[in-house]
Design a protein around this ligand. Sequence first.
Ligand code: NAD
Length: 312
Amino acid sequence: MAKVIDGKTFARRLRNYITAQIAGLKEYQGEPPGLATVLVGSDPASEVYVRNKAKQTVDAGMVSFQYSLDAGTSEAELLQLIAELNADPRVHGILLQLPLPLHISTERVINAIEPAKDVDGFHISNVGLLGSGQKALVPCTPLGCMMMLRGQLGSLKGMHAVVIGRSNIVGKPMAQLLLADDCTVTIAHRHTLDLPNLCRQADILVVAVGRAEMVKSDWIKPGATVIDVGINRVEREGTARLVGDVDFKTVAVVADAITPVPGGVGPMTIACLLFNTWTAFCRRNGLPEPDENAFSLVDGIGVLNEFQRQAN
Ligand code: NAD
């Protein structure tokens, strides 16, 4: 039976690490880290996400600036707010909650965010920096997946990783990060032929599709590590439930380790938003770069600092 990779525990450790770092700023004479969240419209799920993010920001010792705009807000008005946040020295990170209403160009607004404050890592500059192996702000969900993979496996060097899904938010940056950790990476998507056979070759399988329990146990190489990014609302026996893209019960019999849904990738995504805000703050203030892998040491699991990323 697979080991369940506990995203809640990983996320708690990471939050503890960030909170301790911020608490240690006493010597520092400036403002604490600040994260601005921008929500346009009143989508209930988005409102819950933003509230959660704001609460965790404050709990970690950061300042939360919350902007909740009417669904009728024009693109020009939103761009004006982004310009103000870009210029505000109290704000180190800007989180634009997606999706935006259809009359606003998501691309234009994302690319108006100052790249150094782009804690979602979606700005074209950060995408380019990640793709060319340079220091970037990295999208939170794939970053959280990488932290859990390293925590579970140590070095990922030489492993075959298959990523199902090629979105800009998850699939593509996930593949870039795995490549940077010396995996051999295959990206699969809706047009991939014989997906089960491809998945059976994966030492690491990351699934970010949005189709409930699509990945079955006979798609899994025995001993593989499976990261389930999907979040799907389904009805089971008259009750609404969240399930992933992986058929957890059967896959757990074959895999070596697997993330559950809920309680896997989700909690790490928000913790990584705090991590990115802390990173943006440190870069702005010339403080040492936070260590993506140091947080496990907080709980004494000191296995993660040996990564020597090599070019080529
Ligand atoms: P998306 O819709 O942008 O992309 C889905 C991808 O899946 C596409 O690249 C598509 O080609 C591929 N795909 C669709 N059907 C397929 C099939 N039958 N076989 C193979 N590939 C197929 O979605 P996204 O934004 O990348 O999100 C994917 C899932 O992850 C969703 O369930 C979303 O809710 C979830 N998600 C979770 C978190 C988190 O924090 N846990 C964060 C982001 C997204």
